[in-house]
Design a protein around this ligand. Structure first.
Ligand SMILES: [Zn+2]
Length: 320
């Protein structure tokens, strides 16, 4: 198993980006528009506090963009919707892209410090924070989002138990039945004990990657519901795991399913993506083939009889 590192700031940055893209960053202009506050003024200069004002255009922050070498990314920000701005950043060089995101985030933090504590931080300190945030992000990206495998460069062939305190969710999809997609998720702890087994049947014609992705999404949703904090998502789809790992580092490479997985994952303390060979994903594989009563069925603290032999098999191999 890989290390599990505290990564809250990475999730915060991602949530911040998400809010930017969806127009839900709680600026005063937005809160005023929603009749939640009377005053829509920028805490620094008194103009209307829109997203582009507070992040890019306010006299308080323009110097920061220049000093950090990101000024070129501000072209047209006054007129473009935020989603378009972020999308255009995604086309920029990776280092620049990341610096701009971190700077925008640090500016938003500084804005909050001003609004809530009337605090002011020197630009040099804010820029140092940006550099630290980038370093942390890179380190974290390497440790967490790198494709995990059971050890060495080869992906594991057998199921391995997670470390103590971490829950591993194995996910799989079955397209065996024409016009239907079966999704299976099994959650196990460091002892290899089943915490829950869940399956879902959806009427759909999905390509295999979308189906596999949806099983990961289902795992995330259930892990949230059960209140797990440190999770490993494991799938036998190499393509999906590596695309997702990449998408987590570079927010540019997203499609709807991946995006949902990422955004729903922001509640976890830590998240590891893991690829395992088919032989190591047998419980989820067979689970996905079972036809549930109704749309979704969940077994808590045990698994359906049909997959019990596979759970036992994994149990035996967990310490190998
Ligand atoms: Zn201002």
């Amino acid at each position: 198993m890989g290390d599990v590192v505290e990564g809250r700031s990475v999730y915060k940055v991602r949530l911040f980006l998400w809010r930017l893209c969806t127009g839900t960053l709680p600026t005063r202009a937005l809160l005023h528009y929603r009749h939640m506050i009377d005053n829509h003024c920028c805490p620094w200069c008194g103009e209307e506090e829109t997203v582009s004002h507070v992040l890019f255009l306010c006299p308080r922050v323009t110097k920061l963009w220049g000093e950090s070498g990101c000024a070129q990314l501000l072209e047209g920000v006054a007129h473009k919707p935020m989603k378009e701005i972020v999308a255009s950043w995604a086309r920029a060089e990776k280092k620049l892209q990341r610096r701009a995101v971190m700077l925008a985030w640090c500016i938003w933090m500084e804005r909050n410090a001003k609004v809530f504590n009337n605090a002011n931080t020197a630009n040099s300190i804010i820029l140092a924070r940006v550099r630290r945030a980038i370093d942390e992000h890179d380190m974290y990206a390497k440790k967490i989002y790198g494709v995990q495998s059971g050890g060495g460069t080869e992906s594991a062939k057998t199921w391995k138990a997670p470390t103590r305190g971490v829950i591993k969710l194995n996910c799989d999809a079955s397209l065996a039945c024409e016009g239907w997609v079966g999704l299976g998720v099994v959650a196990r702890d460091c002892e290899g004990q089943v915490l829950f087994a869940a399956l879902r049947r959806v009427r759909a014609q999905w390509p295999v990657e979308i189906a596999e992705g949806t099983s990961l999404l289902m795992a995330v949703r259930l892990a949230k519901r059960f209140g797990y904090e440190n999770v490993v998502l494991e799938s036998d789809s190499q393509v999906l795991i590596s695309r997702l790992s990449k998408a987590m580092v570079y927010f540019s490479d997203l499609d709807a399913v991946l995006e949902d997985i990422l955004m729903s994952s922001s509640c976890f303390n830590s998240l590891v993506l893991s690829h395992v060979k088919r032989e190591g994903n047998v419980v989820a594989h067979h689970l996905a083939k079972i036809v549930p009563f109704g749309i979704e069925q969940i077994w808590e603290n045990h698994s359906p009889v049909k997959v019990e032999p596979y759970v036992f098999m994994d149990f035996l191999s967990k310490d190998e």
